[in-house]
Design a protein around this ligand. Structure first.
Ligand code: ADP
Length: 458
C-alpha cells in the first residue's frame, strides 16, 4: 500500500505543538507496515541543507498560477513543497498581529500541492491532518479521483474559517457551499470540507472521538460529525521513545532510567540551582504548555494563591495569550515558590520533564495530549483532568493522578493527594517505575491506522 502523509508542521523542521511531534513519529511507525512518504510546506525560516530538488510543477487557483517546487530530504521519504505565499511567512500561521490574512490561499495552495505529489508518487491513499490539508479531499472529489483520503483531527477547536470570498480565490465551485459541504454559518470551513469528503475521519483518542459528538466538545460541528459518525474512529497517539528517553536524552544534566531514579533527583537539584525556586526538597510541580484557556491556565491563575500556600514549588513554562502571561508574571513576582518562564524552548522542556516530580494538566478539553505521556516516560507523574486523551492515557493511582471536575476544589484535592504521595516514597517510586515502563510507543497506534487504511482502500 502506498500512502502520502501530509501535515503543515513536522518536528524538527517546524513545530507549534503536538501535531508536529505526531507528524514526525507516526509515519515512522507506519513505515513498518506500508510504503509511506510525508509532505510538509517549506517555510522561509527553514534551511535547505540536505534537501534535493525533485520536481517542479504549477497549479491554478482563482485563475492565478502558482509555481511549486518539491524538495526531498536526502535518504528519506520526506518531501517539502515551496510556493509563493505558502512559504513566504516568518511563522507558521500567525504573527504578533494575528493570523495571516491569506491563510486560506496559503493552505489552499498546500492542499493542491499535496494532490500533485500524491499523483506523482502514485499513492492510493492520502493521510491528511487538520484543516490546513483538509481541502485536498474536496479537490479530489471534484476531479472524481480514485485516491482515497483519511483525515485526522488533532484539535477540533481549529477549523480554518474564512469569509465566503475565499471560494473564488480557491476555485471551489459554489455547489459545495451548503450545509452538507463546507458552509458554516455563511463562512467557508476547511475542516468541515475534510469531514464531508474524506473516506474516513480519525481523531487522536477514543474518548475525544466520543466527546466531539456532544455539544460541549463539538465546537459547533457535533451535529455534522454525528451525521458522519460511521466513518469516525479514535486512535490514541503515542510518543517517540527515541526522542523522549531519559536514558539517552542529550539535554539532561545526567541520564537515568527506572533502575536509577536517584539520578532523577540530581537532575532536579541541578535544575533548581539555575532558578529562584531553591528549596529542592519540596515537590516540584510543572506545566509545559501553550498558555491558553484549553490548557486550564485560567483555573491555575484562580487557584494560585491556594496552590502556593501548600508546601510545593510550581513552575510554568510556555507561550501563548499575552493576557495570561502578564497575570502569571505578576504572580511569579509575588510568590517565591512560583515561577513563570514565558518561552518556548525544546531543550529547557526536556530538562524540566526530567527535574519535575509532577506535571499538572488541568486541560478543559484535550484531544490527546502528549505532555502527560512525555512526563510519564521521564518518571514524572501526571496530574490530569479526566477528559479526552488524558482519560485514555493516565490511570489514577497507578501511573498518575486523575481528577473528575475542572474545578478549583478538585484541582487542589489532586495536588494535596500528590504531596501526600510524594511523602510515601515506596508508593511514589513504584508509580514512577510503572509510568516509565508503560508502553506509549506509536506502534500500537500504527496498527490501528493500518486497519482503517485497509477498510478505506477495500
Ligand atoms: P498541544 O498540541 O495542544 O499544544 P500536546 O500535549 O499535544 O499539546 O503537545 C505539546 C508539545 O509541545 C509537547 O511536545 C510539549 O513538550 C511541547 N511544548 C509545549 N509548550 C512548550 C514550551 N513552552 N517549550 C517547549 N516545548 C513545549
Amino acid at each position: 500500500m502506498k500512502v502520502l502523509f501530509a501535515s503543515s508542521e513536522m518536528y524538527p523542521y517546524a513545530k507549534s505543538g503536538g501535531l508536529a511531534d505526531v507528524a514526525a513519529s507516526l509515519p515512522k511507525s507506519l513505515a513498518e507496515f506500508v510504503d509511506i512518504s510525508t509532505l510538509m510546506p517549506f517555510y522561509s525560516f527553514m534551511k535547505k541543507d540536505g534537501l534535493i530538488m525533485e520536481h517542479s510543477d504549477e497549479i491554478e487557483l482563482g485563475e492565478v498560477s502558482y509555481g511549486l517546487k518539491f524538495y526531498k530530504k536526502a535518504n528519506t521519504t520526506t518531501y517539502f513543497v515551496e510556493a509563493a505565499l505558502l512559504s513566504d511567512t516568518q511563522n507558521l500561521y500567525a504573527d504578533e498581529f494575528g493570523d495571516y490574512a491569506n491563510n486560506d490561499l496559503r493552505f489552499g495552495i498546500f492542499s493542491k500541492a499535496i494532490i500533485v505529489l500524491a499523483k506523482k508518487l502514485e499513492v492510493e491513499l492520502l493521510h491528511l491532518n487538520d484543516w490546513h490539508t483538509a481541502l485536498s479531499s474536496l479537490y479530489l472529489k471534484e476531479e472524481k479521483s480514485k485516491i482515497k483520503t483519511i483525515l485526522t483531527i488533532h484539535n477540533l477547536a481549529y477549523q480554518g474559517l474564512f469569509s465566503k470570498d475565499s471560494l473564488e480565490r480557491l476555485s471551489i465551485d459554489k455547489k459545495y457551499f451548503n450545509t452538507d459541504g463546507l458552509e458554516f454559518y455563511d463562512k467557508v470551513n476547511f475542516l468541515k470540507a475534510g469531514i464531508a469528503y474524506s473516506d474516513a475521519i480519525t481523531t487522536v483518542s477514543p474518548t475525544y472521538a466520543k466527546e466531539i459528538l456532544t455539544q460541549e466538545f463539538g465546537c459547533g460541528l457535533d451535529g455534522f460529525l454525528n451525521y458522519h459518525k460511521d466513518k469516525l474512529y479514535g486512535v490514541l497517539n503515542g510518543i517517540d521513545k527515541t526522542l523522549f528517553n531519559p536514558k539517552t536524552d542529550k539535554y539532561l544534566y545526567k541520564n537515568y532510567d527506572y533502575n536509577s531514579l536517584e539520578i532523577k533527583q540530581e537532575n532536579k537539584k541541578a535544575f533548581l540551582k539555575t532558578f529562584s525556586l531553591k528549596k529542592s526538597k519540596l515537590p516540584l510541580f510543572v506545566m509545559i504548555t501553550r498558555i491558553v484557556e484549553q490548557k486550564g491556565i485560567d483555573l491555575i491563575i484562580e487557584s494560585l494563591k491556594k496552590l502556593v500556600s501548600k508546601k510545593l514549588n510550581l513552575l510554568i513554562v510556555g507561550e501563548g495569550s499575552s493576557e495570561f502571561a502578564t497575570k502569571l508574571e505578576r504572580l511569579s513576582n509575588k510568590y517565591e515558590n512560583f515561577e513563570f518562564i514565558n518561552t518556548y524552548n525544546e531543550e529547557l522542556s526536556h530538562k524540566i520533564y526530567a527535574a519535575a516530580d509532577f506535571l499538572l494538566m488541568p486541560s478543559r478539553f484535550e484531544p490527546c495530549g502528549l505532555n502527560q505521556m512525555i512526563a510519564m516516560s521521564y518518571g514524572t507523574l501526571p496530574i490530569v483532568h479526566e477528559v479526552g486523551g488524558l482519560k485514555d492515557s493516565v490511570v489514577d493511582d497507578v501511573d498518575g493522578i486523575v481528577f473528575k471536575d475542572e474545578s478549583k476544589k478538585d484541582l487542589l484535592r489532586a495536588v494535596k493527594r500528590a504531596i501526600k504521595l510524594k511523602k510515601n516514597s515506596e508508593k511514589f517510586n513504584s508509580m514512577r517505575i510503572t509510568a516509565m515502563k508503560k508502553n506509549l510507543s506509536f506502534t500500537k497506534s500504527a496498527l490501528k491506522y493500518i486497519e482503517i487504511y485497509k477498510k478505506v482502500i477495500a
